[in-house]
Design a protein. Structure first.
Length: 250
């Protein structure tokens, strides 16, 4: 094999390994519990929140998911959608500050939902739907701290909150942004289906959903940059190989 071919072959291997490493890192960075849609209007009514839980472990399955709902800004009228293979337990807490609504004063609200009995295998994820009657209108976001338990006994605590100007924490809690009333957002109560319903619709008609696009924006940008880096690396190594080959021939 000529020196040029040998060097080019090595360049291809190096580039391939670099691409694999970058893709793997991007996958790990994006594998955390999220809520969809990413935003709703303040005070929105009759909507659905979907909690997407990916399995990060190669040798264990997710067997329990516990999502905590804030009680300082409570979500009212919570209902849990049945999920095949999973049993949902709803925990209700008495509110320190009752909430006045058109239907009366609310003194109790759901503070946690726990799913058990099912299994999320390696490389898989599950969507858990929670319907609500009304979101609060006195805050800009809701944080849903989540505990994810694996079959080997390990528990991942998705409870960290990002501070303004800081990078995303290692184990971020799912956050729902609440926008000004009347703003045209993806989270509009009439226009935002659950993530699982959107995924089914996309699979049947081949169209892409706005929710899926929003959820993958960060990953897509990261992979785009990674692709450019790998491409530049490949071109640089290839050019070096050609120059070296010509010198050897001379």
């Amino acid at each position: 094999m000529s020196p040029v071919r040998t060097t080019l072959r090595r360049a291809g291997i190096v580039t391939g390994l670099a691409a694999t490493a970058i893709m793997t890192a991007a996958g790990i960075a994006s594998a955390h519990v999220t809520v969809h849609p990413e935003s709703y209007a303040k005070g929105a009514t009759d909507g659905v929140l979907t909690f997407r839980v990916p399995n990060e472990e190669d040798t264990a399955s997710t067997t329990k998911v516990q999502v905590f709902l804030p009680t300082d800004h409570p979500v009212l009228g919570v209902l849990v959608s049945p999920h095949d293979g999973w049993t949902a337990k709803v925990t209700t807490t008495k509110l320190k500050t009752p909430v006045k609504t058109d239907d009366g004063t609310i003194t109790d609200a759901v503070s946690a939902v726990t799913w058990t009995g099912g299994k999320i295998g390696a490389g898989q994820f599950e969507d858990f739907d929670v319907a609500f009657g009304q979101l609060p209108d006195d805050t800009d976001q809701l944080t849903f701290k989540t505990l994810q338990t694996y079959s080997d006994g390990k528990t991942v605590r998705w409870i960290e909150e990002a501070q303004s100007g800081d990078e995303e924490p290692e184990n971020p809690a799912p956050v729902l942004k609440l926008t000004a009333k009347g703003a045209a957002e993806d989270g509009d109560s009439e226009a935002a289906p659950s993530a699982s319903a959107t995924a089914q619709a996309s699979a049947s008609d081949g169209s892409s959903s706005s929710d899926s696009s929003d959820a993958s924006d960060s990953t897509a940008r990261g992979l785009g940059i990674a692709g450019l880096v790998v491409g530049v690396l490949g071109l640089a190594v290839g050019a070096f190989a050609v120059v070296r080959g010509r010198r050897s021939s001379s």
